[in-house]
Write a protein that binds this ligand. Structure first.
Ligand SMILES: NC(=O)c1ccc[n+]([C@@H]2O[C@H](COP(=O)([O-])OP(=O)(O)OC[C@H]3O[C@@H](n4cnc5c(N)ncnc54)[C@H](OP(=O)(O)O)[C@@H]3O)[C@@H](O)[C@H]2O)c1
Length: 304
């Protein structure tokens, strides 16, 4: 299959491309941060609609996975207009453009569409309650996609992995700081379901093979606090756990509001795919193996 990936320089985009090139022809769209990646890259600002449409016509992909976003919560609070353009409007336009051209469309959304006040896990049936600009614009993006392309897959994700600049994921934050012997905080009151980004990528491709459509939680099986996550990362890498201090997100310097409980049910995904979702420990073990095998350096070598 020919797969077009927007946001190919992002944490999900680059890892998805690395997974997909094993079996597919990959074309990654980026805006200048990639060089010499092992797949075809096209440098484009995807907010330039004319150029984007012309790329779709020229490349004629079978699948398009939209990994581009303004995914930094603080940046969204600072620049709500850019957040709206990238997270709300562009997904709907891409979904429509794909629908018209017979391209299967996958849109990436977020666990953060929930305000985290529910006791227990969130299913796809739960009514979203976005607490900030990022989450509101992401929810608007989901709705824009659903309105024009009901066949589209929408995945609400949460992942960690190795990124282009080595700074994009929470796991990288813990590894790099703890390696330097620095003290870090870990939130005890933010529960989430982290998944290795390569597992996320493989599941998204499986969802396409299986011809699924509609809204899915695509997150890890095991809920845990960000503090627990840091402790697990430290233990796996043989780094000092005592450098991680338990802290409340409420006393942190972050300005965008964070949800306390982002435990997502993956029952629908597991049932419709007919497979087990990879466990947290399997993913973390692979993250460590990647580290030992030089995968982070490989990814970083694609940075311009
Ligand atoms: N990270 C997580 O755990 C997490 C959790 C929940 C949901 N998500 C969702 O997952 C998706 C991927 O997130 P991520 O963590 O991979 O984000 P990321 O690392 O910030 O990547 C975002 C990508 O979008 C690209 N982009 C932004 N504006 C663009 C423009 N005008 N033209 C072309 N490209 C543009 C960025 O390009 P540059 O590299 O040039 O900036 C980058 O490649 C997003 O939809 C996000 O909301 C992520």
């Amino acid at each position: 299959m020919k797969l077009l990936i927007t946001g190919a320089s992002g944490l999900l985009g680059i890892n998805l491309a690395m997974e997909a090139i094993r079996e597919h022809k990959v074309i990654g769209l980026h805006r200048g941060r990639l060089k010499s990646a092992p797949f075809q890259e096209l440098n484009v600002d995807i907010l330039n609609r004319k150029e984007l449409h012309s790329i779709l016509d020229k490349t004629q992909p079978d699948w398009l996975i939209n990994c581009a976003a303004l995914a930094n919560l603080e940046a969204c609070e600072k620049d709500p207009l850019q957040a709206k353009l990238l997270n709300s409007e562009l997904p709907g336009e891409l979904a429509l453009a794909c629908e018209k051209r017979g391209i299967r469309f996958v849109h990436i959304s977020t666990d953060a569409v929930f305000d985290g006040t529910k006791a227990g896990m969130y299913t796809e049936e739960d009514e979203p309650s976005p607490p900030g600009i990022y989450s509101q614009t992401k929810l608007d993006g989901e709705r824009a996609v659903q309105a024009v392309n009901p066949q589209a897959i929408i995945g609400r994700v949460n992942f960690y992995g190795w990124s282009l600049d080595g700074r994009r994921s929470l796991a990288e934050f813990f590894v790099s700081n703890l390696k330097e012997g620095k003290n870090v905080n870990g939130f005890t009151d933010v529960i989430f379901c982290p998944m290795l980004v390569n597992d996320t990528a493989r599941l998204l491709l499986d969802m396409l093979y299986k011809d699924l459509s509609g809204l899915y939680n695509v997150a890890g099986v095991q809920p845990m606090s960000k503090y627990q996550f840091g402790m697990e990362v430290a233990r796996t890498f043989g780094l000092r756990q005592d450098l991680i201090s338990p802290e409340s997100v409420e006393t942190s310097s972050l300005t965008a509001k964070r949800s306390h409980n982002l435990w997502l049910s993956i029952h629908k995904l597991s049932t419709d795919l007919g497979c087990e979702i990879p466990s947290f420990s399997t993913g973390l073990a692979e993250f460590y193996t990647q580290f030992q095998q030089g995968y982070p350096q490989k990814i970083r070598s694609y940075q311009h």
